[in-house]
Write a protein that binds this ligand. Structure first.
Ligand code: SAH
Length: 286
């Protein structure tokens, strides 16, 4: 049956607020906040300062204590009064953000909605720690995942199975389950000295914490730092690469590798070493 359009002309914008630093929202997201008639923000993870761009008179509500039904009803009611309604979510709305649960009732009510992507905490955590998530000949794959909590993992997505790839793992929603992360990585054959970094409140001005450890000691280190929430766990064979004596060279900036914007130089190619020593200029070895 076709959807009956409730033609209010309103749109609900699901805007990624970014990981915490209010400056990490996109320009588009910020412009929408500036035009918003109503903003429903996820106060458990988005700091209220993120709503600082809202115009005077904007209806602003924290959704922390609301059920999905209450949020849906609030968004629909706001659409009857305003053209621009913003649902402000942490990081990127497409990752662990209950997006579909919120858009389905809007579809059913014939209300238009759109998504504005955001900087995910996975990227913010890597940035805070000065780490790369991919490295030539080490790992070219990033897995964004979690371990089972109250939400079970679908068959085949158990951390143990994913960790068998030995790629970068960005593990969300699992800081209180570090023992389970350790068990799964061990079962997948990761060494006890495999590096792991945990970043709590990545990008939040003044409160971000970075804990570096190994598979063997990361849980104890996090306990020592009292990290029990809002933390990203990154396990990756690329961690700490900036301190390695040598790394394989990326084709991207290789003098012998031509592309649309640069011709290959055969002389330079012959002279170029296959590996880059630790003294290579920063930014040229990506
Ligand atoms: N959509 C969000 C994820 C929401 S799920 C995103 O793209 O980042 C909430 C989980 O995200 C937390 O349990 C934690 O693992 C992670 N998280 C959110 N903000 C964080 C931050 N600033 N620093 C570290 N981890 C964060």
């Amino acid at each position: 049956m076709p959807v009956v359009q409730q033609d209010t002309g309103a749109t609900v914008w699901f805007v990624g607020a970014g990981p915490g630093d209010p400056d990490l929202i996109t320009v588009k997201g910020r412009r929408l906040l500036e035009q918003a008639g109503a903003i429903l923000f996820a106060g458990s993870l988005v700091d209220e300062t993120a709503t600082q761009f809202a115009p005077a008179g904007c209806e602003i509500r924290d959704s922390k204590d609301m059920t999905l039904e209450q949020m849906s009803a609030w968004l629909r009611a706001a659409c009857a009064r305003h053209r621009t309604v913003v649902r402000l979510q942490t990081g990127d709305p497409g990752l662990y953000g209950a997006l579909v649960e919120m858009t389905r009732p809007l579809d059913a009510a014939g209300i238009a909605w759109k998504v504005v992507p955001g900087v995910s905490s996975a990227m913010a955590a890597a940035a805070a720690a000065g780490e790369t998530l991919t490295l030539p000949e080490v790992t070219q794959t990033v897995i964004l995942t979690r371990v089972a909590g109250r939400t079970p993992m679908p068959a085949g997505e158990e951390l143990e199975a994913l960790a068998a790839h030995r790629s970068t793992l960005c593990i969300f929603l699992s800081i209180t389950l570090l023992h389970e992360v350790q068990r799964a990585l061990r079962a997948a054959g990761w060494e006890e000295d495999a590096p792991i970094v945990v970043v709590q409140k990545a990008s939040w001005p003044g409160v971000e914490k970075i804990v570096r450890g190994t598979l063997a000691d990361i849980k104890r280190r996090c306990q020592d730092e009292k990290i029990a929430s809002q933390a990203m766990i990154i396990a990756s064979p690329a961690l700490g690469a900036r301190h390695w004596p040598d790394i394989a060279r990326s084709k991207l900036y290789d003098p012998g590798f031509g592309h649309r914007f640069r011709k290959p130089s055969t002389a330079a190619s012959a002279a170029a070493a296959v590996v880059i020593g630790a003294a290579a200029p920063a930014g040229e070895s990506a």
